[in-house]
Ligand binder design. Structure first.
Ligand code: SAH
Length: 370
C-alpha cells in the first residue's frame, strides 16, 4: 500500500473482512491521524479542489443577502442562530458576515454556530471569523432551538455513502477488500438482509445493473435543521453537486484538481459522492418544513443579482485582476462550469416564500421541473 492509512485499512480488512464504502470514506476523510480533511491543505489553487467561495467573494456575499432578506421577510426575529455546516477555511462565512452587515440588525441578532469535523479546519475558521465569535457544534442535533439561518456548501457530498448494485439474483453492496499483494480493491457482496429502507422503497425501476447510493447521515441532519425551521422560522440553503433521484456510481476522488483512483492512496485525495436532493427534500417535509428547488446555482446567483455585483467589483479592477474577476464570475454561473452542475435546495417554513434566489416555480413534490 502506498499510504500509512492504506496499510492500516489493509490490516483491518485482512483481520475482519471487507468494509463498506461508508466506513472507507469516513476513514479516508476523517481518520484522526491520516484523514484527508484532518491533514491535507485541500482548498484553493494550491490544494486539490476549489470551491465556490474560494473562487469569488460574490458567492458568500449573495448568500448573506439572501439569508438576511429571508430574516427581514420573516419579521426580523431577535436572537437567531446563523449556522454553517462544513465551513472549510471560513471564507464563505467571512463574506456572508460582511455582506450581512448591510442588513440592519441582522448581525446583532445572530449567534454564529459552525459544524466542523476537522480540528485543523476549525482552528482556521475560529481565527478568520474571530470578530463574529463563532461557537462550534458537536453535531447537528446540538443546534439551538431558535430561528435558524443556515448554509452548507459542499458539505453533504463529503458524507459517507453506501452503494448497492441490483443483480439478477438480488442486491449486492460495494465493499472495499483486498486484491493481489494486499492492495485495496472494491468488490461486491450479496446483501442478505438489512437493505436500507430508503433503497428498498425506491419506486423507480431498478433493472439489473442499476446502482443506487444511500447516505444515511444526510436525512438525519436535514431533519434537525428542518425541525428548527418549522418550529421557530428561518431558512437553509444547501448547495452541492448532485441531482434528483439519481442512479449510478458517483464516488469520486480528486487530487491536485484531477480525478484520481478512490482506492489507490487513501487519505491523500478528496472523496465525494453526488448529493441526491430527493431524500433531503423528503426529510425536510417530514420534519414539518417546506423544501424548494433544487435550482441551478447559476440561476440562483443571477436572481440574486450577481451580474450587478460583478459590474460594481469590476470598476475597481484592471488588467489581469479584471480578467480573473470575469473568469470567476463565469465559473460560478456558466452552464459548462459550476452553474448547472451545482444546485441549491432551500428549506423554509411552510406557507412562507422560499429565500430570495429560489422561486415558487422551483418547487414540486416529486422533484424540480426539468
Ligand atoms: N464549505 C467549504 C468547504 C467544503 S469542504 C467551501 O465551500 O469551501 C467540506 C467541509 O465539510 C470541510 O470543512 C470538512 O471538514 C467538513 N465536513 C465534512 N464532513 C463533515 C462531517 N461529517 N461533520 C462535520 N464537518 C464535516
Amino acid at each position: 500500500m502506498t499510504t500509512p492509512l492504506g496499510r492500516r485499512l489493509a490490516a483491518r480488512i485482512a483481520a475482519e473482512g471487507p468494509i463498506g464504502l461508508d466506513a472507507y470514506m469516513a476513514a479516508c476523510l476523517f481518520d484522526p491521524e491520516h484523514g484527508y480533511y484532518t491533514t491535507a491543505p485541500v482548498f484553493g489553487g494550491a490544494g486539490d479542489f476549489i470551491t465556490a467561495p474560494e473562487i469569488s467573494q460574490m458567492f458568500g456575499e449573495l448568500i448573506g443577502l439572501s439569508l438576511g432578506q429571508a430574516w427581514r421577510d420573516q419579521g426580523a426575529p431577535g436572537r437567531i442562530a446563523l449556522a454553517e455546516l462544513g465551513p472549510g477555511r471560513g471564507v464563505l462565512m467571512a463574506d456572508l458576515w460582511r455582506a450581512a452587515g448591510k442588513v440592519a440588525g441582522f448581525r446583532d441578532a445572530a449567534d454564529l454556530w459552525l459544524l466542523e469535523a476537522s480540528p485543523r479546519l476549525a482552528a482556521i475558521q475560529a481565527e478568520r471569523l474571530a470578530a463574529a465569535a463563532p461557537r462550534f457544534l458537536a453535531d447537528a442535533a446540538a443546534l439551538p432551538e431558535a430561528p435558524l439561518y443556515l448554509v452548507a456548501n459542499e458539505f453533504f457530498d463529503a458524507l459517507p455513502i453506501r452503494q448497492f448494485l441490483r443483480t439478477p439474483e438480488g442486491w449486492a453492496e460495494t465493499v472495499v477488500g483486498l486484491g493481489p499483494e494486499g492492495a485495496l480493491r472494491p468488490g461486491r457482496v450479496p446483501v442478505a438482509a438489512g437493505l436500507p429502507r430508503a433503497i428498498a422503497a425506491r419506486t423507480r425501476a431498478t433493472p439489473p445493473g442499476t446502482i443506487l447510493e444511500h447516505c444515511a447521515a444526510a436525512p438525519a441532519i436535514i431533519a434537525e435543521i428542518a425541525g428548527r425551521i418549522a418550529r421557530h422560522g428561518g431558512a437553509a440553503l444547501i448547495i452541492d453537486y448532485g441531482g434528483w433521484d439519481g442512479a449510478g456510481d458517483t464516488l469520486q476522488a480528486l487530487a491536485r484538481h484531477r480525478p484520481a483512483d478512490p482506492f489507490a492512496a487513501p487519505g491523500t485525495a478528496d472523496l465525494t459522492a453526488h448529493v441526491d436532493f430527493a431524500p433531503l427534500a423528503a426529510a425536510a417535509r417530514a420534519a414539518g418544513a417546506e423544501a424548494s428547488g433544487p435550482v441551478a446555482q447559476g440561476r440562483f446567483l443571477e436572481r440574486l443579482g450577481i451580474g450587478l455585483r460583478a459590474e460594481v467589483l469590476a470598476r475597481g479592477l484592471t488588467g489581469a485582476a479584471l480578467a480573473a474577476h470575469r473568469a470567476a464570475t463565469a465559473r460560478l454561473t456558466g452552464a459548462e462550469e459550476m452553474g448547472t452542475l451545482f444546485k441549491v435546495l432551500a428549506i423554509h417554513p411552510r406557507g412562507a416564500p422560499p429565500p430570495p434566489g429560489l422561486a415558487p416555480e422551483d418547487t414540486a413534490e416529486d422533484g424540480p421541473p426539468a
